[in-house]
Ligand binder design. Structure first.
Ligand code: XUL
Ligand code: MN
Length: 346
């Protein structure tokens, strides 16, 4: 019998990617948005994540009225398919105006571009029926430490967040920290930084966070501790589950593929905090390996969800009573083995 659970799953169009990396071109032909939407539906996922220009392509060449019109058309299509929009994120790392960062660029005109574009992103989110704006602060940081004033950058980030909060009284900002890549150092590398800067904004209640497993690992942190930390402030509004093999480029590997035990711990922590009970989604920010053939193109998404659900069973069948008594006896050696053998099926 299928396991009963409350989790709802989603991914973004960029998770059906074509395989390019800094050293080589794509290995799979591009697919249309409609193809990706129907793949999502066929696989039985519940929602889609969007960048602003996933929702409205060529957004920079369009007027506010045109952007709204196209967002409304998209909303109709999503409604027709019974698919929700989980969030919308401003893509502030492609355009020439974001070469030195968006909100923290040293060029005032470019900072204004970033804020204006974020406002358009919020308009799109509202039309798509979500109040969640995800901010992955891709280029808000430095290649060399002397290029920006870190203290001023905090002020500029707060200014930008305040402009977004003022633009729509219902919008919530979920900051998605990542310590590096594309930058040498990013300004909001961890959940602690995200929740601290939230307190400086005009409406701290509407600024929370999104944890991505790989990003936490890149910061040298345990993703499940990051989850507990965010949940203890009621600030975990979305999650990007995936995996990462060591401190390298951001790999976005299938969930659980590198460290099953860490994946088990992440789900155990989500369960303990009742994540998802207020409508939050479990999102898989995973990519196919570059070698993936067209006919296997979406397997990483189905596999990530399958691993999640199999590990959820493991979490629910874990002998918590035995664990508590080992903890009471400070026998962490036996606790360690209990977890290992449970994961191995004993
Ligand atoms: C980048 C990343 C993004 C965000 C959305 O590392 O994770 O895809 O999740 O902008
Ligand atoms: Mn992500």
């Amino acid at each position: 019998m299928a396991l009963k659970h409350h989790y709802q799953f989603c991914f973004g169009p960029w998770n059906i990617s074509e395989g390019q990396d800094p050293y080589g071109p794509t290995t799979r032909p591009p697919q249309s948005f409609d193809w990706k939407l129907s793949a999502l539906k066929k696989m039985g996922f519940d929602a889609m994540m969007f960048h602003d220009d996933d929702a409205v392509p060529d957004i920079d060449s369009k007027s506010v009225a045109q952007i709204r019109k196209e967002a409304k058309e998209l909303k109709k299509r999503l409604d027709g398919e019974g698919i929700a929009a989980e969030m919308v994120a401003p893509r502030l790392w492609f355009h020439p105006n974001t070469v030195d960062g968006g909100y923290t660029s040293n060029d005032k005109k470019h900072r204004q571009y970033a804020i204006d574009r974020s406002r358009r992103c919020i308009d799109i989110a509202k039309i798509l029926g979500t109040d969640l704006i995800v901010l992955w602060l891709a280029r808000e940081g430095t290649y060399i430490r002397e290029a920006k004033d870190g203290r001023r950058s905090v002020d500029l980030l707060v200014e930008a967040f305040d402009a977004m909060l003022a633009h729509d009284k219902r919008a919530r900002l979920a900051i998605e920290p990542k310590p590096n890549e594309p930058m040498d150092h990013a300004y909001i590398p961890t959940i602690g930084h995200a929740l601290a800067i939230a307190q400086h904004t005009r409406d701290p209640k509407r600024v929370g966070c999104l944890i991505e497993s790989a990003h936490a690992i890149l910061a040298g942190l345990d993703p499940s501790d990051e989850i507990d930390f965010a949940c203890s402030f009621d600030k975990l509004w979305s999650i990007h589950l995936n995996d990462q093999n060591g401190l390298k480029y951001d790999q976005d590997r299938p969930f659980g593929c590198t460290n099953l035990r860490s994946a088990f711990d992440q789900i155990r922590t989500l369960e303990r905090n009742q994540y998802g009970k207020n409508g939050e989604y479990v999102c898989f920010d995973v990519h196919p390996f570059r070698t993936t053939k067209v006919e296997h193109w979406t397997a990483h998404l189905e596999n990530s969800r399958r691993t999640f659900l199999l590990l959820l069973e493991k979490v629910r069948s874990f002998d918590e009573k035995a664990a508590r008594s080992l903890i009471a006896n400070r026998d962490y050696q036996a606790l360690d083995q209990l977890v290992i053998e449970h994961l191995m099926g004993n």
